[in-house]
Structures are given as C-alpha cells and as structure tokens.
Design a protein around this ligand. Sequence first.
Ligand code: NFS
Ligand code: SF4
Length: 648
Amino acid sequence: MSTEIQDYKKVGDQASQEMLIKATGDCVDTCFDRYETQKNHCKFGTTGVCCRICHMGPCRITARSPLGVCGADADTIVARNYLREVVGGTAAHSDHGRHLVLRLKKVAQGNGNGYTIKDEKALRYNAKLYGIEEAGRTKQEVALDLVELFLGEFSSQEETLKTLTLAPEKRQGVWSNLEVTPKGIDRTVVEAMHRTTMGVDHDYKSLLMHAFRTALADGWGGSRVATIVSDILFGTPKPIKSEANLGVLKEANINILIHGHEPALSEMLAVAVQSPDVKEYAKKAGANGITLAGLCCTANEILMRHGVPVAGNFLQQELAIITGAVEMMVIDVQCCMPSLPKVAEKYHTEIISTAEIAKTVGASHVELNEDTPLESAKELIKRAIDNFKNRDASKVSIPKATSSMVAGFSVDAIKYMLGGTFRASFRPLNDAIIANRIFGVVGIVGCSNPNCELENYTNVLTKELIKRNVLVLKTGCAAIASGKAGMMKPEIGIEMAGAGLREVCETVGIPPVLHMGSCVDNCRILEAASELVFEGGLGDDLAGLPAVGVAPEWMSEKAIAIGSYFVASGVDVILGNPFYTSGSENVVKFLNEDTKELFGASFHDCADPMEAADLIMEIIGEAREKLGINKKAERKLYDMQDRRDLDV
Ligand code: NFS
Ligand code: SF4
C-alpha cells in the first residue's frame, strides 16, 4: 500500500490518497488520471497567444508568424483572452447573485413558499447603507426597495454601480480617475464580449482596463450583492462548529452530498433533513440516520450557516463517490465536474442536477417545485433513502480522516467577537495591527488544481504566516483545506500561531485562520479590509493596508476575476501558478508592474509557498513602514530574548 500511496504523492491528505488507491482498484478514472493524459499542454494555450475569435483563424502567434490574419498581435490576443476569462468569472458570480435577488423578490412579494427573510437586522442594515428608508416600514417594503435597487445594479445602462460606494472614498476616487467605475453588471459583461469580438478593441491597455472594470462589477457588484442577499435570506453567519474531510460520511447512514455554489436549494435540504418524517423514513430503510454533507462552495455556504459538515473540496468531488457510500449527490451550478455520472456508474450513487441552466449528461434532472420547495426537498431526500438498498457493501470504504473546525466568520461576527454586542467594532484588531501583535492580514482563497500537490501550498503558507503573526482569512476550497488540516480548531491553530497573534486570538477567542465563506464571499474580505480603513489608524485607502491576497492553487476563471478585483481594490495578489499571459511581455508587465502605479497593487507570481511567505512579509513590511507603524511588537512581559537583551 505504501508504494501505491507514493504514486499519488500529488495528493497530500491521507483520505484522498486512500480513495485514489481505491479508484485504481475499482477501475475508475478521476481528474488526477485525466490530468496525466492532458498535461502536455499546448504552448499556444498556456502562453495565451491562440486566438479563435473569428473563422479566418484559429491564429497562433510565433516568432515567424507574429500577426493573426486580421493583423492582431500577441498583446491584443493575450489581453483579449484575459478579459474573456475575467468575464466568465464575473458572469458566474453575478448570475448567482441575480438568482438570489429574484428569490428575495418573491419572498418580499409574499410568495416565499418556505423561504423567508431570516435576518431582518441584515436587511435593515444594508437598506440603510444604500440610503433606503427603513424606519417604520415593514420588512417586505424595505426588501422590495432593496430588490429594485439590486436589479438596477444588473440592468443599469448609464448610472454607475451603487454598491461601489461601500468602498472607502479614496478608492472610489482612484476608480473614477482611471475611468474604471463600471456601469450595470450586465452592460459591463456584454460590453466586454463586444470589445473582444473580431475587429473592435485592439489596444491591450484598453482591454486590460476593461478587465479590471469588469472585475470590479464582480467584487463590488455581483458578488457583494450575492453575499448581502444570502445573509438576508439565510442569516448572517456566526461562529459555528463542524467537521471536514471524507470521514464525515457514515457507513451506517444515508449519505447525501450537496455540491456547487448556490445556497437556495441546499438551504431547503438542510431544513428538510431535520424533519421527523424523513428521519423516520431513513430508519425504516435500515439506516441509522442521514448525513447531509457538502462539497465546494455550496458546502461553505451551509457550513457557515448550519454547521453542515464538509466532505471535501473541488478535487475531492469524485473521491467522495468512490467511497461507495453516497446515495445521492445533488449538484447545482459551477465547479461540478461533468465526469460525476461516469464515476457514479461504478457505484449506486445517483447524481441529481437541479439548476435550470446546468444539466449534465447521465444525471437525473430534478428542479425544486417553486410552490412547495420544502416538500420537493423532502422528496429528494426520500429518493436518496430509497437508493440505500442498492448500496453494495463490498464497495464501501470510507476514509477515517476528519477534523473538527470552527467556521462562520462574517464581518459582523468578527466585529462581535472583537467587541461584544454593545461595542462591536474592528478597533481591537486595528490596535493589534498598529501595536504589531498582528503583523498584517492575508486572504488565502481559491481552488485546488491537479497541477500541483493538493493543498500543500495552501497549508504550508498558512502555517508559516500564522507563525509569523499574520492573521489569515480564508474562503472557498482554500478554506476547506485549512479546515481539513486542523488549523481552524481554535486550540490547535493557536498552538501554531506566533506569540502576538496567539495573544490576540486567545483574548478574543478566535482561531488564527478565519473561515469567511464561499468564493462569492471573497467580497467579505474586501468588506473586512474596508472596516480596517473606516476604523482609523491604518491609512485612508485599501491600498497601503498591511494586507495581501493569495490564490495558491487556483484553476477557475472565477479566481481570475477575484484576483483582478483585489488588485483593482489596491490589494496585492500572489498567484501560485501564473495566468496564461506569458506570450505578451507587455501584458505581463501591465499586470505585474503597471497596475502598481495605477491601482497601488499588482499581481506577483510565486510557485513556492515559503518564498510567498517572505514576499508577503516584505509587502506588508513596506506598507507598515509607510503607515509609520513598523515598530517592534509591544510585549507585556519580558521573554527570554528580552532578558538576554537586558545586557546585565
Ligand atoms: Ni471558488 Fe467555489 Fe472551489 Fe475554486 Fe470552485 S468551489 S467558487 S472556483 S474550486 S474555490
Ligand atoms: Fe485570427 Fe484575428 Fe480572427 Fe483572431 S480575430 S482568429 S487573430 S483573424
């Protein structure tokens, strides 16, 4: 077995290794196998110089053929491809946001059918942020006004996005001076497709500036709207305990996995699974109970609000089926591999697609009945229970590995942890940063990718940063990696943290690695960064904060959009693997250098986690120097070093 494990050294965690070995025995192909057959990637693709925008091509740029048929050069082609990737990511996050706004509209009109405004406080707080009168009005009235405003964020043709005004004023000025303030989200996305079609925008700088404009429409538009509305409909997350890794599946239970990104259906399933009739039905089928667990960002959404355990992240979706113990996998949108039904064929698992816009060959398609969503969620669960009898016990092997974790750190929850109900504020965090007990704040986000050892970069970097007194904020699959590695258990995380960070975490009662949610919730990281600015003492802009973003193992277009809105917001971003832009020196220089002049932040490529840690310390150190807070950490007590320094 150990030699077999070595074959899978690209997978660090034991649970995934065990399932990959089982996959070989069961003759199942996974993305890890397919990566091997695909990995001699076409250089035209990886350098970004392949253009198939019109049918005079495809054109590929080389030293001997430096221009496409139309005359487009490498700069134009690479920039166009980059912008189209940002568009893909922005569209995904924003369409997700739109669905939630339409859901809130139904609820506010009295047609919620089981969905409600769960967090009225969040509704009223956000209405006020947008200048909507809320005092003395019903929550439905307020919600309808907010819905109208949010729908305008998508459809506005001439007015700029209102959500951008939630950013610090100085940043809004930077955007307006650079003319990258987006108009409506839909307009911005459509315009990007127009600009990149054959014969339109050919200046790489103009294309890249539209990429940043589009990304802002994501981070300060679609994503922020999605997060606000999720909090209103499903509740603003608060710290909650749970567990992560494949070991959350239970042999004696009906195991149902929810996978994808949009929380509406999974919220209903999380409620339905608690109902006594469903529990009774499971018992009758001979099971001990029902385990509902999540994958990818749907997992993060219901983990943050219900403590539903996480079976795994992106690269574990096939591995979860290979346990042989999953009765049903319910998928919605994004990051759900089309391979799932093929893997499931070898077992008894039923794959159920549920989103109108996302169908998968080999999956059964069941949409929630909008009139009776709770009933249809129950029916789905009963269908999974009915499938229990088809489970082949000889094919079942569930890895033991799980780790307990605490998630649920919305900005509101962090404020509360820092100051309690009456004095909820970021002041203690600002003070800890100014006093250098916390050196800085780093957001580690994004996917897992078979092009590198699963979760190694993420975990090595996270460990190193907390040791160096950097508070780490996490979302997406990177958050799940830390949960699995035990770093989100307050007691273990605190053990790993440097003295200053440890002191703060112990006083406040938080782990040094905070789970802030799904990928759409990356806007919570920007919200937290804005709070640091609003609180005072750390400058007046997001640029210049002692903060950095990292996407160590990213793979998705969504990650490109996220990285771009971080940079446009003034936060430096380190990439574990580079963009497909190396075919144009000008584009690389623009993204990695010129943006520093424009936005006050840029991209950095760094393939090694320890080097990334050093680079982060350097960037944060410079920011601290400029803020005039780069003094030695205050110490309350003399430690050994101080005693030696006393020189007596
Ligand atoms: Ni983000 Fe979440 Fe995971 Fe990557 Fe996919 S699940 S939206 S894209 S893979 S972090
Ligand atoms: Fe070739 Fe230009 Fe057409 Fe692209 S747009 S495929 S470079 S001719």
